[in-house]
Design a protein around this ligand. Structure first.
Ligand SMILES: Cc1cc2nc3c(=O)[nH]c(=O)nc-3n(C[C@H](O)[C@H](O)[C@H](O)COP(=O)(O)OP(=O)(O)OC[C@H]3O[C@@H](n4cnc5c(N)ncnc54)[C@H](O)[C@@H]3O)c2cc1C
Length: 352
């Protein structure tokens, strides 16, 4: 029997665990080693919808394969997975429309994928808004597309149960200071430590330079879910506004957000020291200006997570240790690339 350690129990570690448990062609025993339980990870904070965002270079096939798999799971309408289909709108002013058109082929390569139904059209009536702290806007056009949304607490719990039910996976809750010693006890090691890799793999210069982009969100519970809305252009680039409705064990809305670079040497073992409440109040006010459902819903939680952004996602064998595979740096696209990444890990480990 081969023993495999997966370090990390976010969406990436758990997706890899499911793949290993369900598709490995050999007799294996998998141990997920993680300092945090799945619900405490960045993955649990994610909004989370399928669409590439805040990510360095990556293999597009990993994103499209993931979309296909998430769509199939959402089709089953099993609410315990936390997955559902959703139509999103992105509102644009005239400058935003120009900006979008200049990057559409490059950034929105995914718009023609099956099920996405991406359309850019003119709003029947322009939306004029004066937003606190951001000024006046006149939105004249909108993008519509369909995607899959994951209510991450449900989805992570579903993945975790799915992996455990195979009987080939166990979870050990502990922090790891160095990866190499694990090779003494395990035949293979998969590093899925997300932003924790910045400290753990500091010997890799690209990883030491990894940017940690904080995302603040507010969770609102409501009986009537709103439509999905996104604003990413102009002043919303660094301060994206998103309203993401999610079906699951409870229905809720994630209101976002931010993309603020956090300097220096954050330690995943310690609580965040940067301000959260004030930023989340701003987010809630802004989203409430766009949606009555948000304004009247029950505000439940302020959440913050760090997106690990490298110039390119790291998914490769360790150059010194061929029995170790690195799979981290998924930026704002961990869900979006999860199944495709897990399949690539399987290939690198020679399990398919
Ligand atoms: C506000 C926000 C919104 C987002 N929205 C989306 C979205 O809509 N769609 C999307 O695709 N993505 C989204 N993302 C990005 C997504 O959350 C991340 O890309 C994803 O969580 C990365 O997953 P991961 O498993 O690599 O890392 P994580 O979820 O961070 O998990 C890392 C794991 O490694 C463990 N670990 C780290 N260091 C150590 C160590 N030294 N020893 C032991 N264990 C360790 C941790 O405990 C944890 O279990 C969003 C992120 C944020 C913050």
């Amino acid at each position: 029997m081969e023993r495999i350690a997966i370090v990390g129990s976010g969406v990436i570690g758990l997706s890899v665990a499911c793949r290993l448990a369900e598709y490995s062609n050999r007799d294996i025993q998998v141990t997920i080693i993680s300092g945090q339980s799945p619900i405490e990870t960045t993955s649990a904070v994610a909004a989370a919808y399928w669409a590439p965002y805040w990510i360095g270079s990556y293999n597009h096939a990993w994103a499209s394969e993931t979309l296909r798999e998430l769509q199939q799971m959402a089709d089953s309408a099993n609410l315990s997975t936390g997955l559902s289909h959703c139509e999103f709108r992105e509102w644009l002013d005239d400058a935003g429309r120009e900006e979008l058109l200049s990057v559409i082929d490059d950034v929105y390569w995914w718009r023609n994928l099956p099920g996405i139904r991406y359309e850019l059209g003119t709003l029947e009536q322009p939306v004029n808004l004066e937003l606190p702290k951001l000024g006046k806007f006149c939105f004249t056009s909108e993008v519509r597309f369909h995607s899959v949304v994951a209510r991450m607490p449900d989805y992570l719990s579903y993945l975790s149960n799915r992996a455990m039910q195979s009987g080939r996976v166990a979870i050990e809750r502990t922090w790891v200071d160095h990866l190499e010693p694990l090779l003494d006890s395990y035949d293979k090691v998969v590093n899925c430590t997300g932003w924790g890799a910045k400290k753990l793999v500091a010997s890799d210069p690209e990883t030491a330079a990894m940017r940690l982009m904080a995302g603040h969100v507010v969770r609102v519970e409501t009986n009537a879910l709103p439509q999905g809305l996104l604003l990413h252009r102009g002043p919303f680039k660094q301060r994206p506004l998103y309203i993401v409705p999610r079906h699951g064990t409870v229905d809720d809305v994630i209101c976002g957000g931010t993309a603020i670079e956090i300097p220096g040497d954050m330690d995943p073992r310690k609580p965040f020291t940067f301000p959260v409440a004030e930023t989340c109040n701003d987010i809630h006010d802004l989203c409430a200006a766009f949606s009555d459902v948000v304004a009247t819903g029950s505000r439940c939680e302020n959440l913050v997570g760090l997106r690990p952004v490298r110039s390119s996602l790291r998914l490769e064998k360790d150059p010194q240790h061929s029995r170790m595979v690195h799979c981290y740096g998924h930026g704002g696209s961990g869900l979006t690339l999860s199944w495709g990444s897990a399949d690539e890990v399987m290939k690198l480990l020679d399990y398919v």
